[in-house]
Design a protein. Structure first.
Length: 224
């Protein structure tokens, strides 16, 4: 039985900039866009579920519970394959990934925001009403700023998970970080080495971000 021989000599700055950099840029862009869009849509969904009005609660709850019950890779494939059939127009893999991740992550950010809103003492809500604020003003000026501060570490942790999940766009051919390593591996006939390096890169990025979130969590705890 032939032993496995690893050779990383092919890795160079030109390889990283030529194959990997493009994928890394898209993975970061996808993460940031899906995070911002997911938080905005998730906040709306959270407010709908906490509104006390059935006609708002029911559709928001259905949206959140449905998407949280389906594997992300299935949602990615559905958007990529079904939307062009419904619209009659082709959709690029990158655009499909951006829409899918924003819609999907909103369900998870919604639950985080709902917990954050509920963590704010109700007395502050009543105080807002007492000084003449409407429901919207109370949420915007009193509740949401505190909710964001309380949930910031959890929101950032979910964003780290989101960055890891961007590797799933590989299923529809989008050129992300993992795809960049895969192309480099095929070109130099070193797939094992490139996947090992890809694993190390994902680990370094996610572990580093996790450490930053921990430090932020400690600072927020001190402020409280």
């Amino acid at each position: 039985m032939q032993s496995l021989s690893l050779d990383f000599s092919f890795l160079s700055w030109d390889v990283l900039t030529g194959f990997v950099a493009k994928g890394l840029i898209f993975s970061i862009q996808l993460t940031l866009i899906a995070m911002i869009g997911g938080i905005l849509l998730g906040t709306v969904l959270a407010l709908m579920r906490l509104s006390g009005k059935k006609w708002l609660e029911v559709p928001a709850a259905f949206y959140v519970n449905t998407l949280r019950s389906i594997p992300l890779v299935m949602v990615i494939l559905w958007f990529f394959l079904l939307i062009p059939l419904m619209t009659g127009k082709p959709m690029g893999a990158e655009l499909s990934a951006i829409i899918t991740f924003t819609v999907f992550e909103a369900a998870y950010y919604s639950e985080i925001m709902r917990a954050g809103i509920q963590s704010v003492p109700k007395g502050q809500v009543h105080a807002g009403y007492a000084v003449g604020m409407t429901y919207g003003q109370t949420m915007q000026l009193v509740v949401l700023p505190q909710a964001f501060r309380n949930m910031l570490p959890v929101l950032l942790t979910q964003t780290i998970i989101l960055f890891q999940d961007t590797s799933l766009v590989y299923a529809i051919g989008a050129y992300d970080l993992l795809k960049g390593f895969e192309v480099a591996g095929k070109n130099f006939n070193r797939p094992v080495e490139t996947y090992l390096v890809a694993t190390a890169v994902y680990f370094v990025i996610c572990f580093g971000l996790s450490m930053l979130v921990r430090r932020l969590q400690k600072r927020i705890a001190i402020i409280r």
